[in-house]
Design a protein around this ligand. Structure first.
Ligand code: BF8
Length: 631
């Protein structure tokens, strides 16, 4: 295995990431001219100013049009739309794309439950029967003296209807405190069904439909709620039923989880339905034997992005990294196969893999990748596909060039698996101790740090800096997505990290043996943060908007993050974005989302690129909420 020295390029590498495990691979890409996302960002400079401000409209063939943000410039597109409308339509477009991505993922999980319950899938079983029963009762599905498959089938059918228009209201929103639901009703944003809100959003942004920017944005709030309390929540809950509700467990994280003497398989993307099967296949003695025959000591699985988070939470599978690590992991020269399902996969990932022996295996009919080997996944043949993937990786092991292998030395230990159920269990069976420590001021409040990496921000700096500032101020941090991976890599998810927390939070963490930053899962698991907020609100007898709680997405890039931030705000959670959304071309839209929306959902968005400043905004907000609650 070789080492790589950073001489001459250290500054550039340091500018791009704080992830120590990524640095040598990044140096290699720079030295050998292997293009990465950072290089492409550089080549794209200067990026289109109209696009950044959100005033470019490419919706119809009378355009494309753009509005001049300065006085005296072009004020309307060919159709007559002004900057407010163009910005609002673009924003709703992004939000709906994100809501669709989460929810379509959720639908596939529910379909897998249906196929499993009706004997049509291969290799799956209902793992968490208790949760299946609990949700069945919640949905009004009869459980008495019934076979679990019959219950599973009815639960799946019930949930599939949540996507349609028959019921006209999403069931899981009933988990929110009454006060919060009243706000939604009064504002006219009570979500009716997942598909309906998304399709209606697409309708509203068609030329000649919605012309009122505020009305367009209001529908955005409703659409986001159908994701958070609908599509994403179904993805989370049904994945728990099929694969087990996460429990607190130890694992390791960063690119050092790859193994020099093993067949390395990276599982990248978002949906756990195939990767769970790959985990099972990788344990088959016969496949382990074949790996040994090829000279490897075994088969090593590592997660990436949210598929990684899903496997980490439930199975303790180590995580190699987040969104910005995908090309760098390949550059270690030690990855036999990278399996991708969908979302957050660079379209050029197979070109990166071409520089090494790595094979990219695409698995979703929705997400074909040029240059990848396509092994289409269907629940009916899941075990066969998973086995084929592992065999491909084993066959590829001898193609590895040991002289090009460069794995960073040491992964970081971490705790994961903080589902709401696991948190309640750690607290002794009820959420009351958490309420008590919040009321007593030992924990000032809770903040969900969520979302992506973005090459415009030094990788992980925003997440880690904000988390450190908040815990120092006795605020409990809960995380999902790439934010959680960042804190895991930075060592904030170990009980010892309590030493970095303020004295009072430290005391609570030490007494419970938990870290001050809790890993709550993947991005669809932001729905777990909503459930936690709902539980706290109900226990205190208040709406979510009244809680000392906030959200942050310091390094977000994706449309899914737009939807998450919007359902946080719609649910009453003040949310600070570290990357400006593309709305700055309209003063009216900015006023609405940063100020006037307060009168609608009692929460606002804020934008603050500096994480230290963002922490101050959040701390102020939390203290104000505490004061209003008189705690
Ligand atoms: O759903 S945090 S970069 S991996 S979009 Fe993607 Fe963003 Fe990461 Fe997960 Ni979420």
């Amino acid at each position: 295995m070789r080492n790589f020295d950073l001489k001459g390029i250290k500054d550039k590498v340091d500018e791009r990431t704080i992830d120590k495990s990524a640095k040598s691979a990044m140096a290699l890409t720079l030295r050998e001219g292997i293009e990465t996302v950072w290089d492409r960002l550089e080549k794209q400079q200067p990026q289109c100013g109209f696009g950044q401000l959100g005033v470019c409209c490419n919706r119809c063939t009378m355009g494309p049009c753009r509005i001049d943000p300065f006085e005296g410039g072009l004020e309307r597109g060919v159709c007559g739309a002004n900057a407010d409308l163009i910005v609002a339509r673009n924003f709703l477009d992004d939000l709906s794309t994100g809501a669709a991505a989460h929810s379509d993922h959720g639908r596939e999980v529910v379909e897998t439950l249906y196929k499993t319950s009706t004997g049509q899938s291969q290799g799956y079983r209902i793992v968490d029967r208790e949760k299946l029963n609990r949700i069945a009762v919640e949905l009004g599905v009869d459980v008495k003296d019934r076979d679990q498959n019959d219950i599973g089938k009815d639960v799946a059918l019930y949930l599939l209807e949540e996507f349609g228009t028959i019921k006209n209201s999403i069931k899981f929103v009933e988990r929110a405190p009454d006060q919060t639901r009243k706000i939604w009703k009064n504002a006219g944003i009570y979500p009716r069904s997942v598909d309906r809100e998304i399709v209606e959003a697409m309708h509203r942004i068609h030329m000649g439909v919605g012309a009122d920017y505020a009305n367009i944005l209001l529908h955005g709030l409703r659409t986001s709620l159908s994701d958070g309390w609908g599509g994403s929540m179904m993805a989370t809950e049904v994945s728990d039923i099929l694969f087990g509700t996460p429990e607190i467990k130890e694992s390791t994280i960063n690119m050092g989880v790859l193994k020099e003497d093993m067949v390395n398989v990276i599982l990248h993307g978002h949906n756990p339905i195939l990767s769970e099967m790959v985990v099972i296949a990788a344990r088959q003695p016969e496949l382990l034997e074949s790996a040994k025959k090829k000279g490897a000591k075994g088969i090593n699985l590592a997660g990436m992005c949210c598929t990684g988070n899903e496997l980490l939470m439930r199975k303790g599978v180590p995580v190699a990294g987040s969104f910005l690590n995908q090309e760098l992991a390949i550059a270690t020269g030690a990855v036999e196969v990278m399996v991708v399902d969908y979302q957050c996969i660079f379209p050029s990932i197979a070109q990166t893999a071409d520089c090494f022996h790595t094979k990219i295996i695409s698995t979703s009919e929705k997400s074909k990748v040029p240059g990848a080997v396509h092994m289409e996944f269907h629940p009916e043949t899941a075990s066969d596909t998973a086995e084929k993937i592992i065999r491909t990786a084993i066959e590829n092991y001898p193609m590895r060039n040991p002289d090009r292998v460069m794995i960073p030395p040491k992964p970081v230990k971490m705790l994961a698996g903080f589902s709401v159920e696991a948190i309640v269990k750690a607290l002794g069976g009820t959420a009351k101790p958490l309420i008590d420590v919040i009321a007593a001021g030992k924990i000032r409040g809770a903040v969900g740090i969520v979302g992506c990496n973005n090459p415009k921000i030094r990788q992980d700096y925003g997440h880690v800096t904000l988390a450190k500032e908040l815990i120092k101020n006795n605020i409990l941090v809960v995380e999902t997505g790439c934010a959680a991976i960042a804190s895991g890599k930075a060592g904030l998810m170990l009980p010892e990290a309590a030493e970095m927390a303020g004295d009072r939070l430290k005391e609570v963490c030490l007494s419970l043996g938990i870290p001050p930053v809790l890993h709550m899962g993947s991005c669809v698991d932001c729905s777990r943060i909503l459930v936690l907020g709902a539980e706290l609100g109900k226990a205190l007898g208040v709406g979510i908007d009244q809680l000392p709680m906030a959200g942050a997405a310091p390094e977000w890039y994706s449309q899914k993050a737009v939807s998450i931030a919007s359902y946080f705000v719609s649910s009453g959670v003040y949310t600070v974005l570290g990357v400006p959304p593309k709305i700055f071309g309209s003063k009216n839209v900015i006023n609405l989302v940063a100020k006037d929306i307060q009168n609608v959902v009692n929460a606002t968005f804020a934008v603050e690129p500096d994480p230290v400043e963002a922490s101050k905004l959040i701390i102020n907000h939390i203290e104000e909420k505490r004061k209003a609650l008189n705690i």
